[in-house]
Design a protein around this ligand. Sequence first.
Ligand code: PEP
Ligand code: MG
Length: 330
Amino acid sequence: FTDLLKREADEFAQTLCGHRVSLYINSGMGFDSDIAEQQHIEGIGLYRTEYLFMMRQRFPSESEQQSFYQQVLADFEGKPVVMRTLDVGGDKQLPYFPIVEENPFLGWRGIRLTLDHPEIFLVQVRAMIKANLMTNNLHIMLPMICDVGEVDEANRLINQAFNEVRIEVLEADPNAKLIKPKVGIMIEVPSMLFQLDKLKGKVDFCSIGTNDLTQYLLAVDRNNDKVASLYDSYHPTVLAAIKRIADMTKDAGIPCSVCGELAGDPGGAMLLTGMGFTQLSMNTQNVLRVKWVLKKAQLECLEQLVEDVLHCNRPDQVKFRVNRTILNIG
Ligand code: PEP
Ligand code: MG
């Protein structure tokens, strides 16, 4: 079986009928850029910058961040790298910036924290923009966006950071060319489902965080063992929400990918492909499995599967249909 999977490495992902799906990896600290090259990975779909912050005893300086990001961007030169701005709070704590709350997942997390501390956000974005000077493959992604006002505020700060860096860079080299990176958001808070039409002209792309979207849609803490059986991205309601996002972002002309765990699950990747997504981002170890199932399936069969599962009432009914399809194609 491992040999079979290895053979998938040499090819880009596509369905049996030749429908291409671009696969990206999720990363945060170390990654093996050779593996990424061998497996025909098309870039980094989610780079979790918080690990860099979690490993320090203080906030990393602008130049520390710059050299770190520069390395990541250089390792993937020629391919897009989606760097997410600091997403701490919730279950991710910084030892030097403790946050004590009764409901951390509903509290001071992600963009909420960095918009309240623009100095942290500006330093990070300036570091990213400087790191991008040579390679030009940076995309900036904003976590935990729950309203369009946050997008406006973050865009304002990103423009400020870009203008500051531009002045600095042009002073050093008047011929330097500085290109503004694309800016996108994570769709992981259910309120965004009802504001997708308002994103037009404000974001260049978006990416669905199915881990948090599942937790918030079903009101189930993703780390609480007592309710673990209720936490399920195969819940028909979660799938209906994701399908709605696929359709609405398509109508709005905003490219939308998926970077939550569902994208790296073979059955999940089948459903997402059937919904119309053509960009999936996952942990490196899932890439070959996903390629393998996609290669066995006709797009039409996956679209039919989505039709079927959206009529289900429970996650186990969805899983039954997904597994039956896997068995049929395998
Ligand atoms: C998600 O929420 O699905 C996601 C990709 O982000 P994280 O798991 O880092 O919250
Ligand atoms: Mg998330």
